[in-house]
Design a protein around this ligand. Sequence first.
Ligand code: ATP
Ligand code: MG
Length: 397
Amino acid sequence: MNRVILIKYGELTTKKGNRSFFVKTLKNNIEHKLMDFDISIVYDNSRMYIYFLDQDLEGIRNIISKVFGIHMYHIAYICDTNKDSIFATCLQVLRENIFCTFKVETKRSYKSFPYGSLDFSRMLGGYLLKNISNIRVDVHQPEVLVHVEIRDKNSFIYFNAYKGIGGYPVGTQPRALLMLSGGLDSPVAGYLSMKRGIKMDAVYFEAIPHTSLDARNKVIDLVKKLVAYTDCIHLHIVNFTPIQEEIYKTCDSHYVITIMRRMMYRIMEELCKKNKAYAIINGESIGQVASQTLISMHTINHVTSFPVIRPVACLDKLEIIDIAKKIDTYDISILPYEDCCTVFVPKHPVIHPSISYSVLMEEKFDYDRMIRDALSNVYTIKIKDDFSLNNEFKNLL
Ligand code: ATP
Ligand code: MG
């Protein structure tokens, strides 16, 4: 019997005027992800149908489990839109299952169908009772809820429901840049922002020789996990060593992290402008460390007018870890390579840094020039979801 994956959009359906843009983006994203499969997609503003070859079902389900914008899907049987065909298909499918109680629910978007939804449910229920032994109707808590969707040419029958990952399709929001360190928080922040439809690229500040190539490779491995949720991620690598060494040399040691992060934000803003990105995303979580108290955030944030999105700001570490495990970044994040923030961390970082004192210290060195230098040496790796550029960039490392 022919089957189809029937997708329901959920949250997308609240996007009244924009709905067709959201749905079209979702369709393109699914089509891109399934380009190695022999499929076809038909859709309207309430449903999407993926026609597939039987042997590909599990592979396709694996892939669409990582596509944002899919709220719920069903594996539905297809039949012609006429009473006999629907009855026969239902009977055949249900006979393959063991159950005691059931209920039929009919949804009729084909208004010329000669029966009303309630009448049709009743007729079909009666037919099933007559032809399958030892079953009965339970309208409150049926073991099997048989859904029949009647449309003009074909009708669809299903009694299973699978949860998608929800969110909005990637690309329904413009680009933003994620500050990606090798830690636990920033990959989760990246995942959550893509879930809102953001087209995301990433920026990694490295401080070779204080940090190692292993640390860089760890970040690349994290991008490879995140790219499963989109089509491609550019990873911009900034050589942060000269700025960091200068800060360490000239600034009050309590303020080293504050100044360092103000420099990162300044660079992020320039990279956003250059790459047509509209926001900075990072993995800051309120109160986690000295640089993430609200007063620290305020002082650090002061150097940019770009929105800074902090998807994990209000999550506990354990909640962040749960998501990291779900998206498979946890095992990479806990690898022990030093990050530039950890190499240079002072014994007693200031918890309530002031803006005026930060500015005073920044006057001690020509950071504008150093930022320009850093920006002119950014090295970008394009990581696609099929890793097709792997070898090319591996040779460059
Ligand atoms: P994570 O927060 O990702 O677990 P972390 O705890 O080592 O890493 P923090 O010191 O908490 O990092 O920094 C807060 C945020 O600043 C990070 O989540 C990340 O978004 C950004 N960040 C820190 N270091 C870097 C870096 N070397 N390159 C890019 N972004 C960084
Ligand atoms: Mg952190």
